[in-house]
Design a binder for this molecule. Structure first.
Ligand code: CA
Length: 235
């Protein structure tokens, strides 16, 4: 089986070098280019297993590159961001990126994120993707609920939740997009809903978001407030 291939589009050689070293140590096949156009050109040949994109590139931005790639490919994309404003952009534009890491980062973190993204790719071994002309299956959701073990994981790592936080998240995850009122959430997640107040739900949602944010801001943002109505989870 071929090792997964990682396309790195990063113009700062020192940053690229640490990543290349970390990835090669972990047996990834690495392709590095320094401009967005070269990154795009690379898709003329075999599609990589994952693309790691810097945002500030000499010719056009990583955002534009991501948009162009998304016109024809569902390859997983990880952004390397340098500023908070860029993170907001990554999340706000819904570019179809899978995750991001903030500079300065430890190469190990990037390797772990890459592994997690590839694991939830649900596309079989990378060789299948490389040999197939069919578009990749969209990456699995950020959140995975294992009903047997009553646990929920975020990008491959299990969340450490209280019983109420777990139940709330499980209910929201059971029907993404559906708006649940606070009353409905109380009724379903609390054994004695009469003893709890609407504000109890708000407090638990807040702590749930905080725990999710430790793993991924994107995951935390899936829980959305519908003002005057309740909460919904949007994947
Ligand atoms: Ca740069």
């Amino acid at each position: 089986m071929l090792p997964p291939s990682v396309l790195i589009v990063e113009d700062e050689q020192a940053i690229a070098d640490t990543l290349i070293y970390a990835l090669k140590t972990e047996n990834f096949d690495v392709i590095h280019v320094g401009t967005a156009q070269e990154g795009l050109d690379h898709f003329q040949g075999e599609e990589p297993s994952i693309a790691v994109l810097d945002i500030g590139l000499p010719d056009f931005t990583g955002f534009d590159l991501c948009r162009k790639i998304r016109e024809f490919s569902n390859v997983p994309i990880l952004f390397l961001t340098a500023r908070d404003s860029e993170i907001d952009h990554v999340l706000g534009l819904e570019l179809g990126a899978d995750d991001y890491v903030t500079k300065p980062f430890s190469p190990r973190t990037v390797v772990a994120r890459i592994r997690a993204i590839l694991r939830r790719g649900g596309d079989g071994p990378p060789t299948t993707a490389l040999l197939s002309n069919k578009p990749r299956i969209a990456p699995a959701p950020l959140l995975h609920h294992d009903e047997d073990t009553m646990s929920i994981s975020c990008i491959g790592s299990q969340l450490d939740l209280t019983a109420h936080e777990y139940k709330l998240l499980a209910i929201l995850l059971s029907q993404p997009g559906r708006v649940f009122t606070r009353e409905q959430l109380l009724e379903q997640a609390w054994e004695d809903p009469g003893s709890a107040m609407d504000r109890t739900i708000d407090a638990h949602i807040k702590s749930l978001r905080a725990k999710l944010r430790e793993h991924s801001k994107t995951a935390a943002d899936t829980i959305q407030t519908r003002r005057g109505l309740g909460y919904t989870l949007v994947l």
